[in-house]
Design a protein around this ligand. Structure first.
Ligand code: NAP
Length: 311
């Protein structure tokens, strides 16, 4: 546990692309930032496969490797890391008090880069089935499902990426999408549609998960939203890839959010509160790219540095 009441100069909440970029910049500015890594250290890139669109890697780079590189880079410049999760926030004059696990910390500047978390379908038995044939991470769990049929739910880049990755293991990958065309970028959509092992199931939603008596997934019940036809599709695992929600629970009622919970950025990376800066997917419902998250992490650290030096 970190010592209580030590005044930090900069605390960064989150250790994804935005938080780690902020950490690199703040550490290089000799601010010795403390990074609270949170519930999913490394953020969304830690569970992704190949990142092909982060500039500087013409052959692409593995998501977890990219994150490890950023972590090391921040550490080399003097960033400090804790696995603590931020759970609450209070204003204390010029400073901010932040609850990290059970301990209150105080900081002159706070950078919130807590990212976003995978969304679930909200069906019966969902929580119980997670880890028993229901997951949101193909990279983590795909290899457990060799030579069996699986399905991916969603039609965006995440769903496309998961489906393509799963073709390495599964006998068949059904892509269940509620509309008749993918939202994914053209290059990803083309790859999915050209892949023989992937069978799109259009205009369809999952009504029910069907587990066996041991609580392991065996099938899903589907409904075609156009024809209203219902059917059972046997699958050993369901990979849910329907987007993300911003991780702002710790700041509920304390910081400005839009109706969906995304933090509101006033100007560049600044919030309405002096000393609090915001970066990455926690405030971004538009771009949500590793490179835009990194860019906003950089801006947040530069703004925090200016704020601390009274500029
Ligand atoms: P997304 O683009 O928001 O797509 C979510 C998909 O899930 C949509 O197709 C949506 O359907 C569907 N969906 C949402 N709620 C649903 C529900 N309750 N039931 C059934 N389907 C539901 O999310 P994402 O794919 O996670 O991508 C997020 C961002 O990250 C995007 O900007 C994407 O480009 C980026 N990303 C990039 C890469 C890459 O470049 N390698 C990889 C992954 C993600 P509708 O289409 O009907 O809305």
């Amino acid at each position: 546990m970190l010592p209580l009441a030590r005044m930090e100069k900069v605390i960064i909440v989150g250790s994804g692309c935005a938080g780690l970029t902020a950490a690199i910049y703040a550490a290089r500015a000799n601010l010795s930032p403390l990074v609270l890594e949170g519930g999913q250290p490394g953020g969304q890139l830690s569970t992704t496969t190949m990142v092909e669109n982060f500039p500087g890697f013409p052959e692409g780079i593995d998501g977890p490797q990219l994150i490890m590189n950023m972590h090391k880079q921040a550490e080399n410049f003097g960033a400090r890391f804790s696995y603590a999760v931020a759970t609450d926030l209070e204003f204390a004059g010029d400073h901010v008090r932040l609850k990290a696990d059970d301990e209150w910390l105080e900081t002159q500047a706070l950078i919130i880069a807590s990212g976003a978390s995978a969304r679930w379908l909200g069906l019966e038995n969902e929580e119980k089935l997670i880890g028993h044939g229901l997951t949101s991470c193909a990279t983590c769990d795909g290899a457990f499902y060799r030579n069996v049929p699986v399905c991916v739910v969603g039609g965006g880049d995440s769903a496309a990426e998961e489906a393509l990755f799963l073709t390495r293991f599964a006998s068949k990958v059904y892509l269940i999408h509620r509309r008749d065309q993918l939202r994914a970028s053209k290059i990803m959509a083309d790859r999915v549609l050209a892949c023989e092992k992937i069978e799109p199931i259009w205009n369809s939603v999952v009504l029910k998960y069907i587990p066996d008596e041991k609580g392991e997934m065996t099938a899903v019940e589907l409904r075609n939203v156009v024809t209203k036809e219902e059917r059972i599709l046997p699958v050993a695992c369901v990979f849910v890839a329907i987007g993300h929600d911003p991780n702002t629970q710790a700041f509920a009622g304390k910081l400005e959010t839009d109706p969906d919970g995304y933090l509101i950025v006033r100007h560049l990376a600044e919030s309405k509160h002096p000393g609090i800066f915001i970066a990455g997917d926690v405030a971004d419902r538009v771009y949500r790219q590793a490179v835009t998250a990194a860019g906003s992490g950089c801006a947040a650290a530069i703004e925090a540095e200016k704020y601390l030096s009274g500029l």
